[in-house]
Ligand binder design. Structure first.
Ligand SMILES: Nc1ncnc2c1ncn2[C@@H]1O[C@H](COP(=O)(O)OP(=O)(O)OP(=O)(O)O)[C@@H](O)[C@H]1O
Ligand SMILES: [Mg+2]
Length: 246
């Protein structure tokens, strides 16, 4: 099976005060591929996401999405071409219901609670309902987001990103702080999302990464140390030395 490249990074370097957070990094993610990124603290995983989303400009290198060069675009423009990003901490509107959070995410990505007064088309109602199902929050639709568990807030934020119909979703440490049951459900959710979008997920939880059952890229000191199935990289001596064996 050949998959088209959706996200492409070549020779990307980022320096902070003389320290190379990314050092000639290469990455290639296919359309509808899910890729797991692992590696020790400080390896550059979050910085890589910052570069893809336009938060940090690389000193060198090429970053493209489809045939679009991202390195000259700002964060809003990058979000608008279909790249959604989930930060580690959930950022939902706590004093609004779960349903309203999804509705806001669909209609007014960057502002305006006034838009809640607009009436929804049948197709929009359907999209919200379907997203609630996907993120396991149908029974909580009318609850205030502030009353959700930590795991449920993470799902709601993922749902809010889905309302924007991203082609690529970047997710940084989604299961940190989750219960085992929530972690399992999150793996299922991301696998479901990967049916219709590419997903890049950073995680330290190896049980979770195993449940994703996808190709793994190991970052170390800002570059790719190893790539392959989880079994392959777990048996790589250099990976054991710098990360898994510690
Ligand atoms: N804005 C910044 N200014 C200075 N240094 C930074 C900045 N952002 C990141 N760094 C440094 O770059 C390196 C890579 O950080 P990054 O957050 O990308 O690592 P990470 O792989 O996400 O680690 P973790 O697993 O702990 O989240 C670290 O040494 C970090 O201190
Ligand atoms: Mg990080």
């Amino acid at each position: 099976m050949t998959t088209e490249t959706l996200l492409y990074l070549e020779g990307v370097s980022v320096t902070f005060d003389g320290f190379k957070a990314l050092n000639n990094l290469n990455l290639d993610v296919g359309t509808n591929e899910m890729r797991a990124i692992i590696g020790p603290n400080g390896a550059g995983k979050t910085t890589m996401m910052d570069v893809i989303t336009g938060k940090t400009r690389p000193d060198e290198g090429r970053v493209s999405f489809r045939d679009v060069t991202l390195t000259t675009m700002d964060e809003t423009a990058i979000a608008n071409i279909g790249i959604g990003r989930k930060f580690q901490k959930p950022t939902v509107f706590e004093s609004h219901t779960v349903w309203d959070n999804l509705e806001l995410a669909m209609k007014a990505p960057r502002s305006s609670f006034a838009s809640l007064r607009w009436s929804l088309t049948g197709e929009q109602l359907e999209r919200i309902s379907k997203t609630l199902e996907r993120i396991n929050l149908t029974p909580a639709a009318k609850q205030l987001a502030g009353n959700l568990s930590h795991g449920q807030k993470q799902w709601l934020e993922i749902g809010m990103l889905l309302m924007q119909e991203p082609e690529l979703l970047l997710v940084d440490e989604p299961v940190a702080g989750m219960t085992d049951a929530e972690t399992e459900k999150t793996a299922m959710l991301l696998r479901d999302i990967a049916q219709t979008a590419a997903v890049v997920v950073v995680e330290h939880d190896m049980d979770f990464v195993r449940a994703l059952d996808v190709r793994v890229t190991v970052l170390h000191e800002g570059s790719v140390l190893a790539e392959g199935s989880l079994d392959t990289v777990q048996n790589n001596q250099r990976v054991i030395d710098v990360y898994l064996g510690r």
